[in-house]
Design a protein. Structure first.
Length: 402
């Protein structure tokens, strides 16, 4: 299947337009990283506490943030989480402790901040543990049990928490909802000692500052080693200038992708790093396809200028490039639109990266080869030579006419 046949687009003739486009977006990203939003690292890298909160209604992030500010949590970040229908938000705190107590500390701070108008003397059933409920039952003894009531009340408390978390998504709207899970005497006792808030803390996670720094270092090393391996492979498989062109192209793609995150103030998490590493391989693969066609055409069109050979090679691979990149782009676009908040950063990196990666394989990588040959020619040096197979099986160098 081919979208285009016998195209003859002068891509190299438009190289200055491509350069201007890349320069504008690259500089915008660099200025944003240096002076505006910087590099917005997620909690995976900077360390902190993540608190997942479920609401009984559609939450208002601005109102939640205002309540956290009033409670003294000035640097908290609030963002919708998962699908909107689930009414969940993710609150990030700068608590950077590593002990188990910090889990309860972050949870309690959120609960206290959001329960500013809670009834005095009552506990929040939506955020109470089974142990808290069981201890309350033991104290009140709503069933009037004379002997050892601990196992029975522990079982009832666990059934209430299970019903709340499994059947109601962690938030009860009314105590009447418990009629199928507990006796009426138990529910009546709960009315005396508990109230229902409009939210429930579902989960708490922490990332220590040392772990965050280690993850930063490993992410940088992973990108560096992938670029180094790419350079070595292409220098061995083609020539060193092809490796340099591919590495510069991937660096260009990565810079624009990270710059887009900075401009839009999207946090860079571990999943985003995984997407960027994926894009390094994707962009490199697309570039190698163009390079391989250039190498084949150099063997066939020995007397033509390298610029003409490169243009012809790009046109010959254009249909394949549009087809494969287009299908991949539609997939990641669907992931971006319907994948939910958890995959938002990952899919956004893929959307930007595939667009820029496909563009750079045509507009950046190939022109670097031509620019290098023109530079060598101006200095009176030999033009690029490619290894081809002679008739006797010996490898020899075939010069390309400048």
């Amino acid at each position: 299947m081919e979208f285009f046949r016998n195209t003859n687009i002068d891509f190299l003739g438009k190289k200055w337009y491509f350069l201007a486009f890349s320069l504008v977006f690259s500089l915008a990203g660099v200025f944003s990283m240096l002076f505006w939003h910087h590099i917005p690292l997620g909690v995976d890298f900077r360390g902190g506490t993540l608190v997942y909160v479920k609401y009984s209604h559609t939450p208002d992030p601005a109102a939640i943030h205002a309540e956290l500010d009033r409670a003294g949590l000035k640097n908290a970040r609030v963002q919708p989480y998962d699908k909107p229908v689930y009414n969940q938000v993710l609150i990030q705190l700068d608590i950077q402790e590593t002990s188990e107590q910090s889990l309860d500390k972050g949870k309690n701070q959120i609960i206290q901040a959001l329960q500013s108008n809670s009834p005095a003397g009552k506990q929040d059933l939506n955020n109470a543990s089974s142990l808290t409920i069981a201890n309350y039952f033991l104290e009140k003894n709503p069933l009037g049990m004379a002997a050892d009531a601990n196992p029975r009340y522990t079982e009832i408390a666990q059934a209430i928490v299970t019903f709340r978390d499994k059947q109601r998504g962690g938030v009860l709207g009314s105590l009447d909802e418990l009629k199928g899970a507990a006796d009426s005497a138990v529910i009546a006792s709960l009315r005396d000692g508990f109230f229902l808030s409009d939210f429930g803390v579902r989960n708490v996670e922490i990332v220590g500052p040392q772990v965050g720094k280690q993850l930063q270092r490993q992410a940088v090393l992973a990108a560096f080693y992938s670029l180094l391996g790419m350079l070595v492979y292409l220098a061995f498989r083609f020539e060193w200038i092809y490796g340099v062109a591919a590495v510069l192209t991937v660096f260009h793609d990565t810079l624009i992708t990270i710059g887009a995150f900075s401009l839009l103030n999207y946090e860079i998490s571990l999943t985003v790093i995984a997407a960027i590493l994926t894009l390094i391989g994707y962009s490199n693969n697309d570039t190698i396809v163009v390079f391989d066609r250039i190498r084949e055409n150099i063997k066939l069109l020995r007397r033509e200028r390298l610029a003409d050979i490169v243009n012809k090679s790009i046109n010959q691979t254009l249909s394949r490039t549009i087809l494969t990149a287009g299908l991949t782009f539609l997939t990641v676009l669907a992931l971006f639109l319907f994948g939910g908040e958890v995959l938002h950063g990952f899919s956004f990196a893929l959307v930007i990266g595939i667009l820029i990666g496909t563009y750079s394989s045509i507009a950046i990588a190939a022109p670097i080869l031509v620019a290098y040959q023109e530079w060598r020619t101006d200095r009176g040096q030999r033009p690029i030579a490619m290894p081809v197979r002679a008739g006797n099986g010996q490898e020899r160098k075939e010069k390309v006419k400048a």
